[in-house]
Design a protein around this ligand. Sequence first.
Ligand SMILES: Nc1ncnc2c1ncn2[C@@H]1O[C@H](COP(=O)(O)OP(=O)(O)OP(=O)(O)O)[C@@H](O)[C@H]1O
Length: 240
Amino acid sequence: MITVTHLTKRFGRVTAVDDASFSALPGRVTGLLGPNGSGKTTTLRTLVGLVRPTSGSATIAGRPYASLPNPARNVGTMLDADALHAGRTGREELRLAAGILGLPASRVDDVLEIVGLTPAEAKRRTRTYSLGMRQRLGLGLALLGDPEVVVLDEPANGLDPMGIRWMRTLLRDFASEGRTVLLSSHLLTEMQTVCDDVVVVGHGRVLAQGTTASFVESDGNLEEAFVRLTAGTDRERVQQ
Ligand SMILES: Nc1ncnc2c1ncn2[C@@H]1O[C@H](COP(=O)(O)OP(=O)(O)OP(=O)(O)O)[C@@H](O)[C@H]1O
């Protein structure tokens, strides 16, 4: 379970996250939605210990990421699919990470299969990868340790329609095994399909949260709910 409690993060004069509280539950896919600059990435980065909160907390299984036993095995993260070593092959990236996590080399082949990278693709240097292939490899790195919790920033970014469908199935299967999935995305139709629960943020604040079904019931679909809730929130207001 992921718990964000009264989380605030300021960067100088900019309040990126403003007293945000929400949870993401095991067995469910939770979507973090908000306009550009509304604090989604900052929230996810705080959750995995890359950003220090100004106040409040973000915990996984009741603990800050850094104090989890073996955090990289318990929590899979994909926060920047471009953060790959351009000169390494996909397989080398996975093998290196598996070594650091103390996982057998066979896990690399399992993961390549899960994320749908062929042996030929895995042999190519990541600088030659398309955005969709980088997303698949990034997801593979997140899943390597067979984590109970995954935190993904824009995982469907750059995927083609079949890729998005594949991602949806993967995340749904993952949640159906009782794991916790928290992701951010701007693809509202996709979020409506994949998420059980939704947290809508605007200028760093939580504007609304609830089941996807409750938003569909109130507004007809998630996009309409998003437009209603985030009207008047944008990057400029965050920077005031
Ligand atoms: N390291 C930083 N230093 C200064 N300001 C930052 C930093 N990181 C984020 N911000 C600011 O915090 C605010 C929230 O940014 P964040 O990236 O969390 O939003 P987001 O909702 O993920 O946006 P997007 O949808 O565009 O990815 C923005 O105004 C951004 O410029």
